[in-house]
Design a binder for this molecule. Structure first.
Ligand SMILES: [Zn+2]
Length: 425
């Protein structure tokens, strides 16, 4: 493989504090140099003038649907959508069929990804067998097989004793516990956020407190066990406040927010449009302001998409029957730029950090940096180029996005994985 020289881009690497125009030299799949006026004989040159050159983006929360639901997404199609969204690493949740609750499934995913995925795939193992919330999954052997965290995403662990044991075990094998925080008794039967809008539409509500009580419980268990606890897709005001409180106490508690929870409130949903149905649901305008503020203050560490493909046949049903979840990989950066950077809420280094250094730190993986000798994963993007998302041209096998037809100012331009340009506009 020839060397790759990325010339004249604005290199933004929060892992080293770098922010300025520079070249990036890549050889043998590794970063060999970052600086002015680099050259290498025989290198392929990529002119990045006017672009941002960042460490490869990491999406720590996706659903790839394989094994078991390949009609919705495969490891290959999901990885392609990731590359087109500027992501070089993705972490699939274990709610496949079979559930990724043992080393055989973990190894299967890793092997499939090695053969068919154009980006890095770091699987997340289940917390409990079958994600049923009862007996702990084979956490130690999954960890050895390559799982980088555990979660029962989509089926939260309701039993606090089981969660405590899981945290103790996760701590001993040095991986984080990621919880989809939802008290299923409080949310039961709900289809959208409980509030004025749900009353207006006559739909059953999912109250914000169904999220808050689980965030509170897990923070307390994290303190008891010393585990690294990560809140998936945080969406409510009180949850953000509690994560900030936990951080202030010195706990290793972190949180991610999805682009859609930054951009949309329940009142933005066209009536009964299932492309706006997800868990947690789009919350009130007050909650949206709080998660944005959580990004500004640092209470929230990462942006993750919760990319959740569902085929049209399932999403076309009546609202109450539709599954929860929307696509996210290809629109994440565009939405983040529109909601955070362009309104001046945060600067570019902070934005890049939430896609790179922070998820890498939370997960303990050797990514999210352009440091010398690091794997050469690079995301190049524009903050200016206008483009319109057409979901029918998505690389995903599914089409469920609320951002179809939306025009963004800025987005991914080229994606480099292990020194190879795997996608560009
Ligand atoms: Zn979830």
């Amino acid at each position: 493989m020839p060397a790759l020289l990325i010339k004249n881009g604005r290199v933004v690497d929060p892992s080293s504090g770098q922010d300025g125009v520079a070249d990036v030299l890549i050889e043998d799949g590794l970063v060999r140099g970052v600086g002015a006026g680099l050259s290498a004989a025989g290198a392929e040159v990529f002119d990045a003038t006017g672009l941002i050159v960042a460490p490869g983006f990491i999406d720590m929360h996706v659903h790839l649907r394989e094994p078991g639901f390949e009609h919705a997404e495969t490891i290959e199609s999901g990885a392609r959508a990731a590359a087109a969204g500027g992501f070089t690493s993705i972490c699939p949740m274990p709610n496949t069929a079979p559930v990724n609750d043992n080393a055989t499934v973990t190894s299967y995913i890793i092997e499939k990804a090695r053969k068919h995925a154009m980006v890095n795939v770091f699987p997340i193992g289940a917390i409990t067998k079958g994600s049923k919330g009862e007996d702990l999954a084979a956490i130690g052997s999954m960890r050895q097989a390559g799982a980088i965290a555990i979660s029962d995403d989509g089926r939260p662990v309701m039993n606090a004793r089981v969660m405590r044991r899981a945290m103790e075990f996760a701590r001993s094998v040095q991986i984080p516990v990621i919880d989809h925080c939802e008290d299923l008794h409080l949310s039961a039967g709900g289809d959208m956020h409980e509030g004025l809008e749900s009353v207006r539409l006559g739909l059953r509500g999912i109250p914000a407190c169904s999220e808050d009580v689980m965030v509170a419980r897990d923070i307390l268990l994290a303190e008891v066990t010393g585990a690294r606890f990560h809140v998936a897709h945080i969406s409510s005001r009180h949850s953000v406040e509690m994560v900030a409180f936990a951080k202030a106490r010195g706990l290793t508690v972190t949180a991610e927010v999805t682009p859609h929870h930054l951009a949309l409130a329940d009142s933005d949903m066209p009536p009964y449009d299932s492309n706006y149905k997800m868990k947690p649901p789009l919350r009130s305008g007050c909650d949206v302001s709080s998660v944005v503020q959580g990004v500004v203050s640092g209470a929230i560490d990462a942006i993750a998409t919760d990319h959740a493909p569902h085929p049209g046949s399932e999403k076309m049903q009546e609202f109450e029957q539709c599954p929860f979840g929307i696509l996210g990989l290809e629109t994440a950066l565009g939405v983040a730029l529109e909601t955070l950077l362009h309104p001046g809420k945060i600067g570019l280094p902070r934005l890049v950090e939430m896609f790179t250094a922070n998820p890498a730190r939370i997960l303990g993986i050797d990514r999210g940096t352009l440091g010398l000798g690091a794997p050469a994963d690079v995301t190049m993007f524009s903050t200016k180029r206008a483009w319109t998302y057409d979901v029918n041209k998505s690389f995903s096998r599914s089409r469920n996005s609320p951002f179809d037809g939306k025009t963004f100012r800025g987005g991914p331009v080229a994606t480099v994985v292990a020194g190879r340009v795997v996608w560009q506009i």
